[in-house]
Design a protein around this ligand. Structure first.
Ligand SMILES: [Zn+2]
Length: 101
């Protein structure tokens, strides 16, 4: 017999299942973690999602994610504007950038 969950919890699990690396079990585990750690996890994640949703757009120069028109990488005057590296995703850009530090 399975436990009947409320629609809100089922919706949370379904949303988490859409994230990369999350399957049904890990989505359910994450959902219950969030619900059991409201102050430390759920509220913090909710606030972060809200801030990203309302304030993150694409950099007008390089198309990575940023707050404002131009990202911190493009604003960094110590970088050589003559060099260009094309990557598939913002995650790849972050990994490459941290490997060069
Ligand atoms: Zn940029």
């Amino acid at each position: 017999m399975s436990i009947r969950l409320s629609p809100a919890i089922l919706d949370l699990i379904e949303a988490l299942k859409k994230l990369p690396g999350f399957g049904p079990r890990s989505a359910q585990r994450a959902a219950f973690h969030l619900l059991q750690n409201r102050d430390g996890s759920l509220d913090v994640l909710g606030e972060a999602l809200s801030r990203v949703r309302g304030g993150v757009t694409r950099c007008k120069l390089c198309n990575t994610f940023t707050e404002g028109d131009i990202c911190p990488v493009c604003l960094d005057e110590s970088r050589d504007p003559g060099l260009l590296c094309v990557v598939e995703s913002a995650a790849d850009q972050m990994a490459l950038d941290s490997s060069l530090a």
